[in-house]
Design a protein around this ligand. Structure first.
Ligand code: PLP
Length: 304
């Protein structure tokens, strides 16, 4: 059962989640003309009266950029205020996932983005581990990651998630936890909702932003942390066969955090995963508000 938090942000105010309803004729429902964000927030482990949000500014910026692709303007301070209000009114006591959503709310039929009414809402859901922290099995998807010339992949555009859904279900129904997608040039792009990293000979390698990836906020954070630890980080095209011989392969994402891949197709990936473990423990320290150096990555919201 989904544990929705009692209040949602809808039409510019906090109202009971159950009352936040839209029409079956809503344009975005038919055409995927919407964009969303996904943020995690947790109670401060050392002060339960405080809630901690990770990289709020980056998430809000990506959301407002996504809105631009839909030709709608979403103001950053409006989103920040709505986020603060929704957390304060819900007073969560468990880790949550926050879903801000901007969409064409018009009831008209024609697929378009001009001359159309748009709206914005936020709801929250309790969320523990999305993927097993011990590791996941992956298959190479038969679906290809879309190209940036087909749709704006730098935004989290709802319609794009048909490919993620097809890939995730294909993986799941064939006995795997996750799907890895190649792009139209045959290079590794990402998983259904996570970015991918490999480690080879001590270097951290990840497909660049020109590889039809979503520009993940966890990805950017991991790159920054790795560089600060003195690791060499290389953003470049990654071939499928590199996945099978890498010393470590792992996924990053808001929902997945940092999750190791323990098997791809029939190949088991074993090893110490030293680099992943170092990055993961630093990321946890930061998200729990225990890192002075990275306190600027955390937004603290007082619940009382
Ligand atoms: C397709 C896709 N790739 C990658 C990611 C990881 O991005 P982030 O770290 O910003 O959550 C996500 C999740 O938002 C995603 O939906």
């Amino acid at each position: 059962m989904h544990q929705f938090l009692p209040y949602a942000w809808f039409n510019g105010e906090c109202i009971p989640f159950a009352e936040a309803k839209i029409s079956i004729a809503t344009h975005a429902l038919h055409y995927g003309t919407a964009a969303f964000g996904g943020m995690r927030a947790i109670p401060n482990p050392s002060d339960k009266s405080e809630f901690l949000l990770f990289r709020t500014d980056k998430h809000i910026k990506r959301l407002t950029q996504s809105a631009k692709f839909l030709l709608t303007e979403l103001k950053e301070d409006y989103v920040l205020n709505a986020l603060e209000q929704i957390i304060k009114i819900n007073k969560p006591d468990k880790p949550i996932y926050i879903r801000p959503f901007v969409y064409t709310s018009d009831l008209g039929i024609a697929p378009r983005l001009h001359n159309i009414e748009t709206n914005f809402f936020i709801y929250c859901i309790e969320l523990g581990d999305y993927l097993s922290p011990d590791g996941v099995t992956c298959r190479m998807s038969s679906w290809t990651r879309q190209e940036d010339r087909s749709l704006p992949l730098r935004g989290k555009i709802s319609g794009a998630y048909i490919t993620s859904s097809l890939a995730k279900t294909e993986a799941s129904l064939s006995g795997f936890d996750e799907a890895l997608l190649l792009n139209s040039r045959g290079k590794v792009s990402e998983a259904s909702g996570m970015n991918l990293f490999i480690v080879r000979d001590g270097d951290l390698i990840t497909p660049g932003v020109d590889q039809d990836i979503l520009e993940g906020i966890t990805r950017a954070s991991v790159i920054e942390l790795a560089r600060s630890m003195g690791l060499k980080v290389i953003e470049r095209p990654v071939d499928k066969t590199e996945l099978f011989i890498a010393d470590e392969v792992f996924l990053t994402g808001t929902a997945a955090k940092i999750t190791p891949i323990k098997q791809i197709e029939s190949t088991k990936l074993v090893g110490e995963r030293k680099i992943m473990k170092k990055l993961k423990s630093k990321l946890i320290e930061i998200t729990e508000g225990r890192s002075k150096d990275y306190d600027s990555w955390i937004t603290r919201i007082k619940l009382n």
